[in-house]
Design a protein around this ligand. Structure first.
Ligand SMILES: [Mn+2]
Length: 471
């Protein structure tokens, strides 16, 4: 974890050179600026975050205080920490991505009311800068992140206690679901005298509809995911291990400046494909297998989420082809039907109808469609939902509520993932089809008249998938 001396010298020389070239940079040397995210076409936009805070204070009762905390750095084992990622609700409202920060948002009054932001952030000096690097500090929180005032994190307890005791604060709205730290901060400040509500549901309602900045970040996350699939599918071959394929996805991810995946990658071949969230990725693949790959890049904390099902030897067997085509037909129909005003429940029903009809037509199962659906037998083959909202979380807030009742609206972003899982031991399935599973997943934005497929540049038809493989 330490670099050699010669590299240190080169690095120091570069820093001197950089400092000489850029007089306008006033932040500590070596610190990353919030003005650009990753390499680096999406610009950080403080005004967007302020707009979201203004919007939120108008949604909660007047006189309330909004208290938000973000994640800490958590110990993994012996002096090694887990990778830090900010809490989603905190990040959505501040754009601030350092650990151990607290944000307090209040309305300023007037009509329409706008918001005031006070931040409590980490401060570093001396050896902590030497070991961990510099941080924005209170000055950076004001300069870059639009805080009206900012202090060191250690001051939050006393500051909040005084404010709560002043008699000027109504109820408190906090991100209790989003982050475990919040209740501790609240309690330490003697907050028991105030009613505390969950702010998450109010923020969730806002997060359902994506703004321009979110769309740019989401599209980039999807684009990198698509590029990873293009390379990853080419790398599939008999006798390779699942993790070898995963490593190609990871390489493309990191080459594009994405820090991590949006969720643990699934490379599930052969018998593993019946496990919906299989993540061990350690089996040696053999000719004749299908491999189901569910992968999403995280970019600017936004999640892509794409799935393809690929024959390991480059050619689907007739049974695999039949199942794949049924799923593909359903996906086409759902995408054609997705538009504002349509309910997710309708799309889910359409999907189940087409999938069960397809299985019956191909003789994969027997019976009548209505009985298979009304008895819930269909859940044997279609165990998961048709899809979910994506955003800062791969399962964005839409998933938490009764989402079948959700009506699609413009600028919702969804992952749509029809699937068929035919269990290896499922006696209701014709023997030749047992163990065959297929899922295809696209990311879409609801437009004013229909939907835009964000992942459209990645082929999904059966012949196209075969053509992408390295056979
Ligand atoms: Mn998904």
């Amino acid at each position: 974890m330490c670099m050699g001396w010669s590299k240190v010298l080169i690095f120091a020389a570069l820093l001197v050179l950089l400092a000489a070239c850029s007089d306008d940079i006033s932040s500590p040397v070596g610190h990353e600026f919030p003005t650009k995210l990753y390499p680096y076409e999406v610009t950080y936009d403080a005004a967007t975050y302020r707009q979201r805070r203004d919007n939120l204070v108008q949604r909660i009762p007047s006189g309330s205080l909004i208290l938000l905390t973000t994640n800490s750095v958590y110990l993994r084992n012996g002096d090694v920490n887990y990778d830090f990622r900010p809490s989603s609700v905190f990040y959505y409202l501040t754009g601030f991505d350092e650990p151990n920060a607290v944000a307090v948002i209040r309305e300023t009054g007037g009509a329409p009311s706008s918001s005031q932001l006070v931040m409590f952030v980490e401060q570093r000096s001396g050896s902590s800068v030497q070991w961990l690097g510099s941080v924005y500090g209170p000055e950076g929180a004001v300069t870059y992140f639009g805080a009206d005032s900012a202090y060191g994190s250690w001051m939050v307890g006393g500051w909040l206690k005084q404010l709560l005791a002043s008699g000027t604060v109504g109820d408190v709205y906090a991100n209790l679901d989003d982050n475990d730290e919040t209740r501790a901060v609240f309690t330490q400040a003697g907050g028991d005298t105030h009613s505390v509500h969950n702010v998450d549901s109010y923020v969730d309602e806002m997060r359902i509809i994506k703004d321009d900045l979110e769309m740019r970040l989401l599209q980039r996350a999807v684009d990198v995911s698509v590029q990873a699939f293009a390379e990853g599918i080419r790398s599939i071959a008999p006798l390779k291990y699942e993790y070898e394929v995963e490593s190609v996805f990871d390489l493309v991810l990191r080459m594009n400046g994405c820090p991590r995946t949006a969720f643990t990658t699934i490379v599930a071949s052969g018998p593993n494909s019946t496990t919906i969230h299989y993540t061990a990725n350690k089996r040696q693949m053999v000719s004749g297998d299908l491999v189901m790959i569910d992968f999403g890049a995280e970019y600017g904390y936004y999640a892509g989420d794409v799935t393809r099902t690929v024959p390991v030897n480059g050619t689907f067997t007739s049974e695999q082809a039949a199942v794949y085509d049924i799923v593909s037909t359903s996906l086409d129909a759902v995408l054609a039907a997705a538009k504002p005003g349509v309910s997710f429940e309708y799309l889910s029903g359409l999907n189940v109808d087409i999938l069960i009809e397809g299985l019956l037509q191909k003789g994969v199962i027997t019976g009548t469609k209505s009985a298979i659906i009304s008895s819930n037998q269909y859940r044997l083959y279609i165990p998961a939902s048709l899809g979910h909202s994506i955003g800062l979380d791969v399962h964005d807030p839409w998933s938490k509520g009764n989402y079948n009742e959700r009506i699609l609206r413009e600028n919702m972003v969804l992952a749509i993932e029809p699937h068929l899982y035919l269990g290896a031991g499922d006696l209701t399935v014709s023997p030749a089809y047992r163990g065959v599973c297929a899922r295809i997943e696209e990311d879409i934005r609801i437009t004013s008249t229909g939907c835009e497929i964000l992942s459209a540049s990645l082929p999904r038809k059966r012949a196209e998938i075969e053509a992408m493989t390295n056979k």
